[in-house]
Design a protein. Structure first.
Length: 281
C-alpha cells in the first residue's frame, strides 16, 4: 500500500511487477492519465493488469512482453501551460489534441476567472479566448482528478494580475511555492505561509532577473516575463529544457518574443520580453 498515490512509485512498481512471479497489488495507486496510458501500453504488450476500486491496481506476472506500436497521449501539462500563457497575455489559442478530459478542474478554474473555454467532441481539443478583466480564483492542488500541482505555478501567474485576491494551497509537494519569491521581484504581491500563498492582483508586472527552481517554476516565470513591462532574464534553464520539448520555439511561433541565449557563466538563459500586446497566442 502506498502512503501517498505517487505517479512515479505506481509506474515503477507496475513495470517491475508485470514480469514478476505471482500477483502484485498496488493499493492507493496513482490513477493519473499518464499512469492509465502506461497500463494500456503494458496490456497491449501482454501484461495482465486489472484496475479495482478504490484506486487499486492488480498485476498478475507474465513470462514475457511483446513489442507493440502505441501513440502516447498528448502532454496535458504542456497543454495547460500554453493555455495559461494565452490567458495571461489576453490571447486566443486552439489546441486540437489537448486532452480536455484530463484538465477538467484546471479548465473550470480558467472559466471561473472569466476566460471562454470550448471543448471539442470526445473531450479532446480545447479553444481558449481570454477575457479582458480576469477575476482571481482560489484553488488547492491534489492528486488526479484534483487541480494538478504541475499547473499550480503557471496558474499563480494568472492570479498575480487578476482582479481580487486568491488563496493557493499546495498539498502535493513541499517547497513547491519557491517561484513566488521570484514573482515578487517582478512586482507580484504574494504572501507565503507554509504551503499556502495569498495573492493580491496588481495592474502590472515588471521585468527582472529571476531564477527558475524547478520545471514548473520555469514555465511560470516565462509566462510572467511575457506579460511584464520590460525585459526578463531567467536563469535555471536546465529545468525548462528538462521539462519541455522546445517550448520556447512553440511560443515564438505563436508570437512570443523569446530566445535562448548563453549567460556569462555559460549557463543557458531564457530571455523574454517585452509586453503582452506583442504576444498573441
Amino acid at each position: 500500500m502506498l502512503e501517498y498515490p505517487s505517479v512515479g512509485a505506481t509506474e515503477n512498481i507496475m513495470m517491475a511487477a508485470v514480469l514478476a512471479e505471482g500477483t502484485t497489488k498496488i493499493v492507493n495507486a496513482a490513477l493519473e492519465p499518464e499512469v492509465m496510458d502506461l497500463v494500456a501500453v503494458l496490456q497491449k504488450m501482454g501484461a495482465q493488469i486489472k484496475i479495482d476500486a478504490p484506486a487499486t491496481i492488480i498485476i498478475q506476472g507474465v513470462q514475457d512482453l511483446q513489442p507493440i506500436e502505441h501513440a502516447i497521449i498528448a502532454d496535458r501539462l504542456e497543454a495547460g501551460t500554453l493555455l495559461a500563457a494565452a490567458a495571461a497575455t489576453g490571447g486566443e489559442l486552439y489546441l486540437p489534441h489537448a486532452p480536455a478530459y484530463a484538465l477538467e478542474v484546471f479548465l473550470l478554474k480558467l472559466e471561473e476567472m472569466g476566460h471562454t473555454i470550448e471543448v471539442d467532441k470526445n473531450d479532446v481539443g480545447v479553444r481558449l479566448k481570454a477575457c479582458v478583466n480576469p477575476k482571481a480564483v482560489s484553488f488547492k492542488t491534489g492528486p488526479y482528478p484534483g487541480f494538478p500541482t504541475d499547473l499550480q505555478a503557471p496558474m499563480m501567474v494568472l492570479q498575480c494580475v487578476a482582479e481580487g485576491e486568491s488563496i493557493i494551497q499546495e498539498t502535493v509537494f513541499e517547497n513547491r511555492l519557491l517561484h513566488s519569491r521570484e514573482l515578487q521581484k517582478m512586482g507580484a504581491q504574494i504572501e507565503v505561509e507554509h504551503n499556502m500563498a495569498k495573492v493580491k492582483g496588481v495592474e502590472e508586472l515588471y521585468g527582472a532577473q529571476v531564477i527558475a527552481t524547478d520545471i514548473r517554476a520555469s514555465a511560470a516565470l516565462v509566462i510572467a516575463g511575457l506579460i511584464a513591462d520590460g525585459t526578463t532574464v531567467m536563469t535555471g534553464v536546465q529545468h525548462w529544457k528538462r521539462g519541455y520539448e522546445a517550448l520556447e520555439k512553440k511560443l515564438a511561433v505563436l508570437g512570443a518574443n523569446i530566445q535562448l541565449i548563453r549567460g556569462e557563466y555559460k549557463e543557458p538563459t531564457v530571455l523574454t520580453h517585452e509586453k503582452a500586446d506583442q504576444i498573441r497566442l
